[in-house]
Design a protein around this ligand. Structure first.
Ligand code: BMA
Length: 332
């Protein structure tokens, strides 16, 4: 068994794998856990991030309103399944040139040292990576955008690597980007980012067509003794538009731009009604994972059809074994 380097989380939401399943990831039986009308003015609640907080959990949720304004909202839960989401979006403190809001979506939450960092796709003359921190999920301090536009899916690592903060991201364009690879960047202070390294890209044709159009990092990478376990999204373009699925990879612990393993198969894709039908059909989009170091259990939170939020389960060993069984052999 491989080891998760992290904390024990005995209250992680969990269901055993159904005996009938041979998939590496299985859905919570009462999905979706958050419905589109979870707060009074929401059109949809999806692509959201959660983290252990106090005796329970806190989260930052993407709620698009009924005027389809995209923003991020704090929320709390005792069990990680039933959530109370604030009815008003997060108000950030900080430099007025930086906190000016165009739109905010697809948040991630990452604990580093004494605080919780939020990263999200931030409208600033085009999409880029917004960054903020909080100690209590009540007061939020926004710091500088990490990059110039255009970028989406900024995902921090939960500790410094080689003495620097580290982030994965997916450079993009201003629209529904028809390309996308994953890059690594580092920073001494979370303000100045550099040493941008290519991590991995799309794969065409027979090798792994589900990730042929674009890929982007999902939840905060999970530290294991074998490397950083990364869950990411991969997109194929079809005659009916983009289809978003999940995959996984293993990145080197000290040099995370080096890919040690990657799955040729997707690990979860749109199959159920709530994943296939919604405002944007056929989207499964992971933004967070809880992990229990004691058991290797992982609970993945993912947006479904850009409308509701789902929960799915796996373990570190399931994913590592799956990558071994169905390895991606092409160098990309
Ligand atoms: C991406 C982002 C995600 C969304 C996905 C599918 O570009 O906008 O928020 O889930 O498209 O629509």
């Amino acid at each position: 068994m491989s080891t998760i380097i992290g904390e024990t989380l005995s209250n992680i939401p969990w269901q055993e794998k159904p005996v009938s399943s041979n998939a590496p990831v299985w859905r919570y039986s009462a999905n979706p856990i958050i419905h589109r009308d979870a707060i009074p003015n929401s059109n949809s609640v999806f692509n959201s991030a959660v983290i252990p907080f106090g005796d329970g959990f806190a989260g930052v949720f993407r709620c698009d309103s009924k005027s389809v304004s995209m923003d991020i909202f704090a929320g709390f839960s005792e069990d990680g399944v039933n959530w109370k989401i604030n009815h008003e979006p997060i108000v950030f403190q900080g430099d007025e040139d930086v906190i000016k809001r165009e739109y905010r979506y697809d948040p991630r939450v990452c604990k580093i040292d004494d605080r919780y960092y939020i990263s999200w796709c931030n409208g600033y003359h085009g999409p880029t990576i917004g960054l903020a921190y909080t100690f209590d999920f009540q007061t939020f301090h926004q710091i500088e955008n990490a990059f110039l536009p255009y970028n989406r899916n900024g995902v921090l690592f939960p500790r410094k690597i080689g003495g620097h903060y580290a982030m994965l991201s997916r450079p993009s364009d201003t629209g529904h980007t028809p390309f996308g690879d994953i890059f690594y960047s580092e920073s001494p202070d979370l303000t100045f980012w550099g040493k941008h390294r290519y991590v991995m890209g799309t794969v065409n044709g027979d090798a792994s067509a589900w990730q042929s159009k674009k890929i982007g990092p999902g939840p905060i990478p999970i530290e294991t003794d074998k490397g950083w376990l990364l869950i990411y999204h991969g997109v194929i373009n079809t005659c009916n538009g983009f289809v978003y699925r999940m995959g996984c990879a293993l990145l080197d612990l000290d040099q995370p731009w080096k890919v040690k393993a990657r799955s040729r198969n997707y690990i979860l894709g749109p199959e159920t009604l709530y994943e296939c039908v919604g405002d944007v059909p056929n989207v499964t989009f992971p933004c967070a994972a809880l992990t229990d170091a004691a058991t290797g259990r992982i609970a993945i939170y993912y947006g479904c059809a850009d409308t509701v939020t789902g929960l799915a389960f796996t373990t570190v060993d399931e994913l590592l074994n799956y990558m071994e069984e169905y390895p991606l052999e092409t160098e990309v």
